[in-house]
Design a protein around this ligand. Sequence first.
Ligand SMILES: Cc1cc2nc3c(=O)[nH]c(=O)nc-3n(C[C@H](O)[C@H](O)[C@H](O)COP(=O)(O)O)c2cc1C
Length: 197
Amino acid sequence: MKICVLLGSPRKNGNTNALVKPFVERLDEKGHNCVLINLYDLELNSCIACRKCQKDWIGFGCHYNDDVHKIFDQIMICDVFVLATPIYSWYCTPPMKIVLDRLVYDMNKYYGDEIGPALWEGKTVALITTCGYKPQSGADLWEEGVRRYCKHSKLIYYSMLVERHLGYKSIFMDEEKDSHARIFADTLIAQIQKSNE
Ligand SMILES: Cc1cc2nc3c(=O)[nH]c(=O)nc-3n(C[C@H](O)[C@H](O)[C@H](O)COP(=O)(O)O)c2cc1C
């Protein structure tokens, strides 16, 4: 299985990356191929709605030749991609939002003169999230947004692993969260294997 993880936290040693680590370790242990992309290291330009991408029904086609092209290519060859982000103002961080906006156009050729294909149709999406409030009021809008994004884009939404950060004076990572991340990796893979049977 090929998994692409988009890391959307500005804190390299922060909570979200700490939660992603055991998830990726588990996938590696099981022999899966995991690619990690740190969005804060990349050049990412916001969509300007020029719709150049809509004239190309088989590829990227974007006006920008920035690092979204690399993300596009990785997603096209993966089975599942994971959006890993802390919650900022009830949604994802800015570079993750840029990538979502860019890909909803670069991948979905719905917005030209005629309706075309969704190039990433059938791929699975999972979320790894950390937030300060209780998950049901901290991460709910993000999850709902991604659910709709997936439905619109013919993607298969899997589920969200979400853990709460109780404040900068408390230690975020513990054995329980580590175990949740490993179980999330196992159940995600099992679900995809089942749907491929
Ligand atoms: C600018 C900013 C906005 C935040 N907004 C929210 C929010 O709307 N809801 C929430 O539950 N937590 C919010 N938080 C808390 C973070 O989601 C939480 O601390 C997270 O675990 C940080 O992850 P990181 O260490 O990977 O950056 C916010 C934090 C920052 C810095």
